[in-house]
Design a protein around this ligand. Structure first.
Ligand code: NAD
Length: 461
């Protein structure tokens, strides 16, 4: 595909800005972070409008998952960036004394950020916070599936941030493909494992490093709990499934593993909680996002098309194609070879899989690709230890769901098919930096045995 003259001009300007050195300065970085905070403060209503248009997202959910998350990230970066930029002293062997060793973080250069549509503002600007904290110039491509958010970013970001250092480029696959032909110093991608493979192949042509924030099926384990703990667990499961973009979330709960003897009580409690949070069945549902597009609506509703899967529905199962709404739906033991149990659901369907013993959940998880997140509701310390040591996942959270995403001290990212690399807090800064090794020697103490001729030299250990 031929490169457009506009793109070539933009990239040349961004490279020139990087070469000028202005993005390396602490004050420039801080000014950009303050500009992001100002953008969020002054445009909250426009962000809520865009998210309403793209996903029917309630303003409270939009504040919690997008505006609030970004304010937290930008504030934290603003307070920390000077410390992050500072060179870290390194140890050196006595043999090389006198000398000084340092690890100096340096920006990578011009980076490409490809964002997803489910949290279209936060998943676009959160990596930008890391990239500019680290002193890079940036091209951001929002997802074409959330057009109102994409156009909000394209129109608003240049009014606040340094447009010689950051460009928002809108578009779909064609635009992404054209961008992927360019040489970048880093590609940061949020999206599916399928497209992640395409990104990595394109990056390989230029030996460009990648961070791939991907998805997959995130299991939740529910062990036996007291009634009061169970009530809290159910709220957290319902919130972590349907209260998070209606299940269209990378760390959202994909399915629940539970002992067979608790399955019926679990279904009853889930139904009660769904009713309390989202209201009675269609068309009276509230506080629930819609499915992002007709093709995703077809993909999710087709998962129920298999008659064996349809037969396992114990709650919900209806939809409104015109408004792209799918009712919160619970399935009890759908067949494990059906698409709903092999593909990432990314929608409001929740399979419950019953086991004889909760310990079997470990093998169940290990027989499948490594998840981005495991959530486990249990007070059994021995079982927790087993889960920690015998499973692998991007994160594991005990007795809650999703909240690990907002802890700046924790790395966020996958392992295996759920992703490569991590970000959030200092990890974001590191993701967009190169740690340069700097060694400064003195001219004193030049030990002769390091140089030839060695023939007459006798090692005396
Ligand atoms: P997607 O992979 O279809 O698209 C993501 C981006 O890739 C979009 O910007 C799109 O324009 C671009 N793209 C699509 N096809 C392309 C192609 N052939 N060549 C080049 N670029 C292409 O993913 P999605 O539908 O936007 O999001 C859903 C997926 O993203 C799920 O798998 C979910 O788990 C994952 N996700 C992960 C995270 C995370 O932080 N780990 C967050 C949100 C979503």
């Amino acid at each position: 595909m031929e490169e457009s003259p506009g793109l070539a001009r933009n990239l040349a300007e961004l490279r020139q800005t990087f070469r000028s050195g202005k993005t390396r300065g602490l004050e420039w970085r801080k000014a950009q972070l303050r500009a992001i905070l100002k953008l969020l403060d002054e445009n909250e209503d426009s962000i809520f409008d865009a998210l309403q248009q793209d996903l029917g997202k309630h303003p409270v959910e939009a504040y919690r998952d997008e505006v609030g998350v970004l304010k937290k990230s930008a504030t934290y970066a603003l307070a920390s960036v000077e410390k992050w930029m500072a060179p870290k002293k390194g140890q050196i062997p006595l043999l090389f004394f006198p000398a000084r060793a340092e690890v100096l973080p340096e920006p990578l250069g011009l980076v490409l950020i490809l964002a997803s549509w489910n949290f279209p503002i936060s998943l676009a600007l959160d990596p930008v916070i890391g990239a500019i904290s680290a002193g890079n110039t940036v091209v951001l491509k929002p997802s074409e599936l959330s057009p109102a958010s994409s156009s909000f970013l394209a129109n608003t970001v240049p009014r606040y941030l340094d447009s010689a250092a950051l460009k928002v480029i809108e578009g779909g696959h064609d635009a992404a493909e054209q961008l992927l032909q360019q040489k970048w110093d880093k590609i940061f991608f949020t999206g599916s494992s399928r497209v992640g493979r395409i990104i990595m192949a394109a990056a390989a042509n230029h030996l460009t490093p990648v961070t791939l924030e991907l998805g997959g099926k995130c299991p939740t384990i529910l062990d036996s709990l007291s009634i009061s703990d169970l009530e809290v667990a159910i709220k957290r499961i319902v919130g972590g499934k349907w209260g998070l973009c209606s299940g269209q979330a990378c760390i959202g709960i994909d399915y629940v593993l539970v002992e067979e003897k608790f399955a019926s009580i679990l279904v009853e409690l889930l139904k009660k909680c769904i009713k309390a949070f989202f209201g009675d069945s269609m068309p009276n549902l509230k506080n629930l996002c819609r499915i992002v597009s007709k093709s995703h609506f077809d993909r999710v509703s087709n998962l129920l098309g298999d008659p064996r899967v349809a037969a396992s529905i114990v709650h919900g199962g209806s939809w409104d194609e015109q408004n792209l709404m799918i009712e919160p739906t619970i399935l009890l033991d759908p067949p494990l070879d059906a698409d709903i149990m092999s593909e990432e659901i990314f929608g409001p369907l929740l399979p419950i899989i019953t086991l004889n013993k909760i310990e079997e959940s470990i093998e169940f998880i290990n027989l499948r690709p490594k998840p981005l997140a495991i959530h486990a509701f249990t007070k059994n310390e021995r079982f927790k230890k087993k889960l920690l040591s015998e499973t692998s996942s991007g994160s594991i959270t005990f007795n809650d769901a999703i909240v690990q995403f907002v802890a700046d001290s924790l790395p966020f990212g996958g392992v295996g098919e759920s992703g490569i690399g991590r970000y959030h807090g200092k990890y974001s800064f590191d993701t967009f930096s190169h740690e340069k090794a700097v060694l400064q020697r003195s001219f004193y103490l030049d030990l002769e045995p390091r140089y030839p001729p060695w023939n007459d030299f006798k090692l005396d250990f």
